[in-house]
Design a protein around this ligand. Structure first.
Ligand SMILES: [Zn+2]
Ligand SMILES: [Zn+2]
Length: 266
């Protein structure tokens, strides 16, 4: 990770967004920058998708040269008003570990985020495909398997940041209702402990506030637990796919957990 990213106060930087360089967004990078400047953010990290499963709709889409060129234009436009970093969001699947490692070493990134979107061959991040996964099993099994993948991600030592720790609740919500912290605190705490041990940053992804669960990924009890463990590497990511979602929900989270503001991320 570019050490500069650790120096921003939480909320001054949005470390998760997708533009037209990702398969699921049409946002112009310049539009993201304009919005960030309007909001008074100090920095943005562009995290386009990279997927290694050939069945994934994002497979083969990543175009490093096009991204570099867009970000260079953005830096000219933003000048000193907004710092722009090049990150990436990689779908972690243990079976592609070697390819992922090679990919990370092939390009220059300021920030490498790993996220679980797939459990085995099931995509849990895409509505129609998620329905197949959640529709055929009980909640405990579905969420348990997701958290196992997230734990493997934390143990992989490939990433700077763990994206949306409990994204499984995004579409799981439709099948099982709200995720209970009581019920899943054990696997979630295990992942957070591992993150603390490995200096792996944990993202508070605010897109969940715009989705059915109406809470961040992970939820606030998990964030409080992480702070209690002495963890300090937290970041806010909006997962914006359109400009109006940049930094969405940041004020809400910072109001609910004011101690985040004084966090020293070293
Ligand atoms: Zn994601
Ligand atoms: Zn994302």
């Amino acid at each position: 990770m570019n050490p500069e990213i650790l120096k921003y106060q939480i909320g001054d930087i949005d470390t998760h967004l997708h533009t037209k360089h990702s398969c699921d967004s049409k946002m112009e990078p310049a539009a993201a920058c304009r919005r960030a400047m309007e909001l008074g953010l100090k920095a943005l990290v562009f995290t386009e998708h990279v997927d290694f499963d050939p069945t994934d709709q994002g497979y083969g889409v990543y175009d490093d040269r096009a991204i570099e060129s867009s970000l260079a234009d953005c830096r000219v436009m933003a000048g000193r008003h907004l710092k722009i970093y090049k990150g990436v969001e990689i779908t972690y699947q243990p079976q592609y570990r070697d390819q992922i490692e090679k990919f990370i070493n092939s390009y220059k990134f300021d920030f490498v985020m790993g996220s679980v979107h797939m459990v085995g061959t099931d995509d849990v991040s895409w509505p129609e495909l998620a329905k197949k996964y959640f529709g055929r099993m009980e909640e405990e099994q579905a969420y348990g398997a997701y958290f196992q993948e997230a734990l493997k991600l934390a143990d992989s030592r490939l990433f700077d940041c763990l994206g949306h720790l409990d994204l499984c609740k995004k579409y799981g919500f439709k099948h099982y209702g709200a995720m209970s912290w009581q019920k899943y605190q054990k696997p979630i705490k295990k992942i957070l402990e591992r993150a603390v041990q490995r200096d792996l940053m944990v993202e508070i992804n605010t897109s969940g506030l715009r989705h059915d669960p109406q809470e961040s990924y992970p939820g606030l009890p998990a964030v409080m637990e992480y702070l209690k463990m002495g963890g300090a590497r937290l970041t806010l990511g909006s997962d914006a796919h359109q400009a109006e979602h940049i930094a969405h929900g940041f004020t809400d989270i910072l109001t609910k957990i004011p101690e985040l503001k004084g966090l020293n991320k070293k």
